[in-house]
Design a protein around this ligand. Structure first.
Ligand SMILES: NC(=O)c1ccc[n+]([C@@H]2O[C@H](COP(=O)([O-])OP(=O)(O)OC[C@H]3O[C@@H](n4cnc5c(N)ncnc54)[C@H](OP(=O)(O)O)[C@@H]3O)[C@@H](O)[C@H]2O)c1
Length: 330
C-alpha cells in the first residue's frame, strides 16, 4: 500500500512517500481502507520527535498520522461492535499509522458513522469531537455565557465558533493575522481581533461589559496564562488544552490561590479522558453528527492534498498559515 512515513524525526523534509506493507489487524483491532485523512498538530508532534518511545519504530519506517475515516475491511477475532463494511472515523491512540491507504486501530478508538454521514463529510471528525468536548464537557458553557478563544482560526477553533454560535454563546475570538480574522468573522464570532495588534484584556472586558469571559480557551499556556485571570469572569474557568508556549510557570500556585477572590479555576483538558469511556465518546460523536446533518457545523477545510503530497501538507501545517483543517486523500 502507499503511505507517508519517516525514518528520522524532524521537519516536513523527513517525510517520504512510497510502498509499505499493508497492516494486519490484531485480535482487538480493525483494518480500515482510508477515504480521507486529517492532518493536525498531533502529527507535527509525532513527526518532530515529541514521543521518543516511537524511536524504535523508525528503522522500519514509521507511518505517521493520527486521524482518518474510511471503510472497515477486516476485523480481529475479539472485535465486538464493528463489522467489515462499516464506515468509521478513527483516532489512532498511538498517534501514528493513518497517513496511508490502510490503517489499523483498536476498536475503542473508532466511531461508526451513522446513516447519511460519509467518511468524506467528516474531515477532522476529531476536531468536531474535541471542539464539542471543550465547549460542553469541559467548559460546561451554554446560552448567554461568553467565551474567548485565541488562535481560533485552526481546525478546532473554527469548529468551536460555529458550535458556540449555534448554542447562543457570546463568542470572542482572536488570531494572528487579518486574513485569519476575516474567516473568524465570516464564521459568526461576535468580537474578532488580531491579538498581535490589540490589547486582549481591554477587548475582552469591553465585549463582556467589564465582567470578563465566562470561559477562556487557552492552547498556549506559558507566561500569558496568569494574565488571562485579569479578563476572566467571577466563577469563570480557563480551559487549558495545550501548552504551545511552554508549561505554565511558577509562581502559578500563588495566582491559583488568588483565584479564590473571584472563584476562578483552571481546568487542563485532554480528549484522552474518553479513552476508557466509549459510551460518552459515542454520545459526543452523535451530537457532532447531528450538528453536521442539520447544518449547524460545516467542517472548515483549509486545503486538500493527495497523500503523496504529505510533505507539502506538513509544510503548510508547520507554517502556521493554515486556516481550518488540512486534509489528504489516499
Ligand atoms: N487537549 C486535547 O485533547 C487536544 C486534542 C486535539 C488538539 N489539541 C490542541 O488544540 C489546538 C488546536 O488544534 P488545531 O488542530 O485546531 O490546530 P491548528 O489547526 O494547527 O491551529 C492552531 C492555531 O494555534 C495558533 N497558535 C498559537 N500559538 C501557536 C504556536 N506557538 N504554534 C503554532 N500555532 C499557534 C495558530 O493561530 P494564530 O496564528 O492565530 O496564533 C493556529 O491557527 C492545538 O494546540 C492542538 O494540539 C488538543
Amino acid at each position: 500500500m502507499k503511505a507517508a512515513y519517516i525514518h528520522s524525526f524532524g521537519g516536513p523534509e523527513v517525510i517520504r512517500f512510497g510502498d509499505m506493507p499493508k497492516p494486519s489487524p490484531k485480535a482487538d483491532e480493525i483494518l480500515v481502507r482510508n477515504k480521507i485523512i486529517g492532518v493536525g498538530k498531533p502529527d507535527y508532534l509525532v513527526r518532530s520527535g515529541n514521543d521518543p518511545y516511537l524511536a524504535e519504530a523508525l528503522a522500519g519506517g514509521l507511518i505517521i498520522g493520527n486521524e482518518s475515516a474510511g471503510i472497515v475491511e477486516k476485523v480481529g477475532s475479539d472485535v465486538k461492535t464493528i463489522r467489515p463494511g462499516d464506515k468509521v472515523a478513527v483516532l489512532n491512540a498511538t498517534g501514528c499509522g493513518s497517513h496511508a491507504e490502510y490503517s489499523v486501530s483498536k476498536e475503542q478508538y473508532a466511531i461508526i458513522l451513522p446513516e447519511g454521514i460519509e467518511p468524506e463529510m467528516v474531515p477532522g471528525v476529531l476536531n468536531l469531537q474535541v471542539a464539542y468536548a471543550l465547549l460542553f464537557d469541559a467548559g460546561k458553557i451554554g446560552e448567554g455565557d461568553s467565551m474567548y478563544i485565541s488562535g481560533a482560526a485552526g481546525g478546532i477553533g473554527t469548529t468551536m465558533i460555529q458550535m458556540a454560535k449555534s448554542a447562543g454563546i457570546k463568542t470572542i475570538a482572536s488570531a494572528s493575522s487579518e486574513e485569519k480574522c476575516k474567516v473568524l468573522r465570516k464564521l459568526g464570532a461576535d468580537t474578532v481581533f488580531n491579538y498581535k495588534e490589540s490589547d486582549t484584556k481591554e477587548i475582552v472586558l469591553e465585549a463582556t461589559d467589564g465582567k470578563g469571559a465566562d470561559v477562556i480557551y487557552d492552547q498556549t499556556a506559558g507566561k500569558e496564562l496568569v494574565e488571562r485571570f485579569d479578563y476572566l469572569a467571577d466563577f469563570g474557568q480557563i480551559i487549558l488544552y495545550n501548552w504551545l508556549n511552554g508549561s505554565p510557570e511558577l509562581p502559578q500556585l500563588e495566582t491559583v490561590i488568588k483565584c479564590a477572590w473571584h472563584a476562578q479555576a483552571i481546568r487542563p483538558f485532554s480528549f484522552h479522558v474518553f479513552d476508557d469511556k466509549p459510551e460518552r465518546r459515542m454520545a459526543n460523536a452523535e451530537k457532532c453528527f447531528d450538528m453536521i446533518r442539520d447544518g449547524r457545523v460545516k467542517p472548515f477545510v483549509c486545503k486538500e492534498f493527495p497523500l503523496e503530497q504529505a510533505r507539502q501538507a506538513h509544510e503548510l501545517l508547520d507554517s502556521g498559515n493554515a486556516i481550518g483543517k488540512i486534509i489528504m486523500h489516499p
